[in-house]
Design a protein around this ligand. Structure first.
Ligand code: PMT
Length: 409
């Protein structure tokens, strides 16, 4: 595994760890990567443009109002040029600016105008890192899709010990190798995914239906996370007010039968993630006209089972996706019930979703899940934003796809 011929835009921030950027540039250049840099005003207090330029063989960008630089390459082109943008070290102050969308200098403007992944590598005093304001910014930025590496635990330049130390250039290189390995694999193999999201409605008559509280948020976030990683993603959504990213192919459905039909039409895919809250039952008959209260007798509604879409995918001999990922919404015996569903439906992963609390789960921005793989290994994610959970799920399943592929070849 190695990283070569990539275009890396390095934003060097104002912290003592800025000196490590020189070592990172050296490592990246050694492997034939192109590196361009933006040195922030406070970064310049720690490293000089001359030392950076000596290593990159390229001009160091500093000022957004520098006419010569803008003529050569403007701030929009600079962000389009890069395969990834890295901010190193990312200070607490810089995170605050990003979390409120400030564009006050070249670095923040390039980031705000960027359509690329942005990797933040924080470094700061432990108290600053664990401060509620910083942690709130971290959550906001994760929610916006920023990637994070570190900080690590260790002794810091200020002499204190704890979480706040910047990841080493070698750790950063290892992260980048993994990152590009996954991206290149997805691109080369043209990986496709289908994601189901939202509720279904099972009509009794033209105005009454069986449904649930699902908003579609979790499924939409998963589709967005996969798409961000370069996966060609189709989102099959039950009724929801959410709007998906334009790169995602969206198919809107209402009933479980319609969802099933769209899922079948979307095959073959390498990955299927089923986050929809599909109704298990539907009325045996949908009345053409609105049922009259007097004609409706108590206990007279007869139900029939809907096809289980995940089970269909998991046991499909012809078009089984390489990875079938199910959800299990549970209010008790979370992992035990989820594992039985994983086995019964022949899935590769099941996301055990604790829906017993009112501050997460259905129709909330937050969720609590355990990601369980086929061998029974459990990764617990405590209450967190659905976007964060979606990124974790996407990361884990893409990693698995890559490992499986390697073991075949
Ligand atoms: O949409 P949000 O408001 O963001 O909420 C997210 C969520 C709580 C709906 C989501 O995270 C979640 O847990 N989805 C699964 C809900 C569910 O129906 O769970 P289940 O345990 O009943 O079903 C197990 C699995 O079978 C699910 O992947 C479901 O999509 C699938 N299924 C169920 C019935 C059916 N007929 N076909 C299916 O494919």
């Amino acid at each position: 595994m190695t990283i070569k011929n990539k275009k890396i835009l390095l934003i060097i921030g104002g912290g003592i760890a800025a000196y490590k950027s020189l070592d990172l540039i050296r490592l990246l250049k050694k492997k034939n990567n192109e590196v361009r840099t933006i040195l922030t005003k406070s970064g310049k207090e720690f490293v000089t443009p001359l030392s950076i330029t000596t290593l990159t063989n390229y001009k160091t960008f500093e000022d957004i109002f520098d006419k010569n630089s803008e003529a050569e390459i403007d701030h929009i082109s600079l962000s389009r040029w890069a395969d990834i943008i890295i901010v190193l070290p990312t200070t607490a102050n810089f995170m605050t600016k990003l979390s409120i969308g400030k564009a006050e200098d070249l670095a923040t403007t390039v980031i705000l105008a960027s359509n690329k992944d942005i990797l933040l590598i924080p470094a700061m005093n432990v108290r600053m890192w664990i401060h509620k304001a910083t942690q709130k910014n971290v959550k906001t930025l994760q929610d916006y899709g920023y990637l994070f590496l570190g900080p690590e635990k260790g002794e810091m330049a200020c002499g204190e010990y704890g979480e706040g130390k910047m990841s080493s250039p070698r750790q950063i290189l290892y992260y980048l190798e993994n990152y590009f390995n996954k991206k290149d694999f997805i691109k080369k193999k043209k990986i496709k995914a289908l994601v189901t999201a939202g509720p279904t409605r099972e009509y009794l008559d033209p105005v009454r239906y069986l449904s649930n509280e699902s908003s579609g948020k979790q499924g939409y976030e998963i589709a967005a996370a996969l798409s961000r990683m370069g996966v060609n993603t189709t989102l099959i959504s039950g009724p929801s007010n959410l709007i998906s990213k334009k790169e995602i192919k969206i198919k809107k459905v209402i009933t479980a039968s319609e969802m099933f039909e769209e899922v079948k039409k979307s095959l073959p895919v390498e990955i299927a993630v089923c986050a929809a809250a599909v109704s298990d039952f539907k009325p045996l008959k949908k009345n053409k006209n609105k049922l009259n209260k007097d004609s409706l007798k108590i206990n007279s509604i007869k139900l029939q089972k809907n096809t289980d879409i995940v089970e269909y995918l998991g046991k499909n001999n012809k078009y089984r996706p390489k990875l079938v990922v199910s959800f299990a919404a549970e209010t008790e015996n979370l992992n035990k019930n989820a594992i039985s569903k994983l086995i019964k439906k022949n899935c590769d992963f099941i996301i055990a979703n604790d829906v017993s609390k009112t501050d997460s789960g259905f129709n909330s921005d937050y969720n609590r899940v355990s990601i369980i793989d086929g061998s029974g290994k459990i990764k617990i994610i405590k209450k967190n934003k659905k976007s964060f959970i979606a990124n974790k799920i996407a990361e884990i399943i893409l990693e698995k796809l890559l490992v499986d592929e390697k073991s075949i070849n």
